[in-house]
Design a protein around this ligand. Structure first.
Ligand code: BGC
Length: 751
């Protein structure tokens, strides 16, 4: 009787608050709701399944167009009470907007019928560079290209549109951005990172989270972001995906933690966990990382979801648990809230057993369920009118495409331009375009494009232009030719390419890398593939100007072909508007302004970062010349030139409560408009942890008309010069520092 009374009182409270809150922001009484839930319902909330589990056709083999199987859906809801669904059914391809609406409406309807408490199900998706799993969505440059823009406001706009178009599909949760620092160029997901530098990546993180989460609660244009993959995923020792990382606690905090800290400060609602291990402990079992650090120290209050099948992988990949049941216990007790199970319900069943046996305390479960329900409340999922498809007229619009174009345009990084060979005059030149990236939308977009690996061409958005198509549009037909020459990994017709090249004045070789990510993207050698090298070498025998355009997932070694080229335009993975942007840069309609967000290695075994230690400068002849990258971090040319005046400092002495203002006047000394990224670095001369030779501490991108000048000002405090010391504390140690802008340096004394 007492229990019945409690149930009725709780139901009353829950329903009152539920109906009261319909319409605008909803305030569901989560504690009351939890009080009504059975063990099975709680375990269900903590379960996330793949679309394949409830779709016609079965896992990884969905019917096209994708349709749900009513019986399977009913089982998932009525029997297992699932809390979340994800993905597009592995490998099955992108889903049309209308079909998304149909699928999600069916989930909502069945949930209403079959879920006792009608707790909404939350759908999550990888909208990695735009809503890439919705047909016709706007596709942006991948994160590495976004970072190359050094334009945080533009990047925020891209994420705002990604949120808008993801919500247009009906999906409120996006597994983005990747906040793993890109310091291992071999890693197959290098392109998914914001590059190697902590400060630049933090700036981009701020933009990404603000863009995705929006600034008003319950906005129909915002999604819950998911900072991933916490923590230390991007630095596997071997460079292979999900293989062991050896990272000290100090380095974890110095390099890999700050982006996540920034995301939490900006209100990121969810986090996804690193599938790999650090120092022998799989992160999914690491209480120190998932609870002590993430919750207690950083104060993160949102939902922690596992990565793909990672609870089971504790048994069958990592071998730290004998049984799946033990794996479930380990992961939940370490701090996981939701398991991306995703292909069956064994996790759910085992969790129910563990709770009923008392092996996992109810208080621990309630903590996770509360976070999950809070996410659903925050995303407005309890509201009846939570989705109105008419709110998204700009989905896939030219307006959105023009923002994507700007992103691509500002990312393009001019690495070489001998004798100002670029830009080309479309009216005067005869041109041959060749190479694997010249005529492929997929090579411009990379993985996470319509399908997971991004290789399937069937779902590409009609009307989007490849590089050669976009160039052709700007030239007389008879002056332009395209011959592929080779694919990314095999020769097609290099002789034909050379023959065609004999008839033209300029040769554009578009180098590329087959789209790939995660395990399928593992490689043993960072070198540019042999066929592509052969293509450039064969063409160079003609002694005609060669321009390389590079569309790589990671910095493939080009030291053998770079000297053969007169110009190199590095395009990263620029997305659907990349073809247009590249053609416009080659023909001078836009002036490249991207700067490398990573150090471009010259050799396969020379992965030294720009912020390396002095000891890494020591060469075999004992000189200080060992750091010899192909191109430096922050480097990128322009079609115009900029001159920096001597920079000024408001003081050269900085105490605890002081600030120092650094100002520098920059002039465009050329004859065309251009954008410049003013970069401020510092060098800590002596510190208790070996200092880097330089570290980025501030930057600003400016646009200057020909002959115009602008003074850029940065204000810094003592904390801007901090690092993690041996005791794992963030400190600034007193002493002499150098401030560096271009090739100028001045001393600052910190006390
Ligand atoms: C990836 C995640 C992704 C998840 C869901 C995993 O394999 O590591 O980044 O969000 O799949 O698709």
């Amino acid at each position: 009787m007492k229990q019945l009374n409690l149930f009725l009182t709780s139901l009353f409270f829950f329903l009152c608050t539920a109906s009261h809150a319909q319409g605008a922001a909803k305030s569901v009484n989560i504690d009351s709701l939890i009080g009504l839930m059975t063990v099975e319902e709680k375990a269900g909330q903590m379960t996330q399944i793949d679309l394949g589990v409830i779709a016609e056709g079965g896992i990884c083999n969905l019917k096209n167009p994708q349709t749900l199987n009513l019986e399977k859906l009913k089982t998932a809801i009525a029997k297992y009470h699932i809390g979340s669904i994800l993905n597009v059914g592995c490998g099955s391809g992108t889903i049309a907007l209308d079909n998304w609406h149909k699928i999600l409406a069916m989930v909502v309807a069945e949930n209403k019928k079959n879920s006792r408490l009608n707790i909404p199900i939350i759908y999550g998706i990888d909208a990695i560079h735009g809503a890439n799993y919705t047909m016709g969505a706007t596709l942006f440059p991948q994160q590495i290209g976004q970072a190359a823009t050094w334009n945080p406001l533009l990047v925020q706009q891209l994420y705002g549109i990604t949120a808008y178009e993801t919500r247009a599909s009906g999906i409120p949760w996006n597994f983005s951005p990747v906040l793993d620092l890109g310091r291992q160029p071999l890693w197959s997901r290098f392109f998914e990172s914001f590059g190697e530098d902590v400060f630049l990546a933090k700036s981009m993180t701020k933009s990404a989270i603000r863009g995705l989460e929006g600034n008003t609660s319950n906005s129909p244009y915002a999604v819950a972001s998911c900072m991933k993959h916490f923590l230390g995923y991007s630095m596997p020792l071997s460079g292979k995906d999900r293989t062991p990382a050896w990272i000290s606690d100090r380095e974890l905090r110095e390099y890999f933690l700050p982006t996540f800290q920034m995301a939490i400060q900006q209100g990121a609602k969810t986090v996804m966990i690193n599938s790999g291990e650090i120092n022998g402990t799989p992160v999914h079992t690491n209480y120190d990382i998932l609870t002590t650090l993430l919750r207690n120290e950083l104060g993160f209050k949102g939902v922690a979801v596992t990565d793909w099948e990672d609870v089971y992988k504790l048994v069958n990949v990592h071998h730290v648990a004998e049984t799946k049941k033990e794996a479930v216990r380990m992961a939940i007790m370490a701090g996981i809230d939701m398991s991306m199970t995703p292909n069956d319900f064994e996790f759910t069943e085992l969790l129910v057993q563990l709770i009923k046996e008392g092996t996992i305390p109810m208080a621990r479960i309630d903590q996770s369920v509360k976070r999950i329900l809070q996410l659903k409340v925050d995303m407005g999922l309890f509201n009846e009118t939570r989705f109105n498809k008419n709110l998204y007229p700009l989905f896939g619009s030219t307006k959105h495409a023009s923002v994507s174009y700007n992103g691509a345009a500002e990312s393009l990084t001019l690495l070489k331009n001998k004798d100002q060979i670029l830009p080309l005059n479309a009216a005067k030149e005869t041109i041959l375009a060749c190479g694997p990236a010249a005529n492929s939308l997929n090579l411009l977009n990379g993985a996470w494009t319509h399908t997971w690996q991004g290789i399937d061409t069937r779902f590409n958005t009609p009307g989007k232009l490849t590089i050669q198509q976009a160039m052709q549009l700007q030239m007389a037909k008879t002056n332009f030719n395209y011959v592929p020459g080779c694919t990314t990994d095999s020769i097609i017709n290099i002789e034909a390419c050379v023959e065609a090249a004999k008839k033209v004045s300029k040769i554009i070789v578009c180098l590329g890398e087959t789209p790939c990510t995660e395990l399928p993207g593992n490689i043993d050698d960072l070198s540019l593939s042999e066929p592509q090298q052969q293509l450039v070498k064969a063409l160079s025998a003609l002694h005609k100007p060669i321009i390389l355009v590079c569309c790589f997932n990671r910095p493939r070694i080009i030291k053998n072909v770079a000297p053969l080229a007169d110009a190199i335009l590095y395009a990263y993975l620029p997305g659907d508007e990349g073809g247009r942007a590249i053609a416009d840069a080659l023909f001078g309609k836009i002036n490249p302004s991207g700067k490398l967000p990573f150090t471009y290695p010259a050799n396969v075994n020379a992965f030294v970062h720009y912020d390396h230690k002095s000891s890494e400068d020591l060469d075999v002849d004992f000189s200080n010349n060992a750091y010899r990258p192909q191109f430096d971090f922050g480097f990128g040319l322009s079609y115009t030139t900029f001159e920096y005046q001597t920079f000024k400092m408001s003081t050269n002495s900085l105490g605890d409560k002081d600030s120092v203002t650094i100002s520098v006047a920059v002039k465009n000394t050329g004859s065309r408009e251009g954008m410049e990224v003013v970069q401020l670095y510092y060098h800590d001369l002596v510190a208790s942890i070996t200092p880097s030779v330089k570290k980025l501490v501030a930057f600003q991108k400016i646009k200057l008309a020909p002959q115009a000048s602008q003074t850029v000002t940065f204000t810094l405090h003592k904390t801007d010069f901090s690092f993690i010391n041996k005791a794992l504390k963030r400190v600034t140690e007193n002493g002499e520092f150098e401030l560096l802008i271009q090739n100028q340096k001045q001393s600052l004394y910190v006390h």
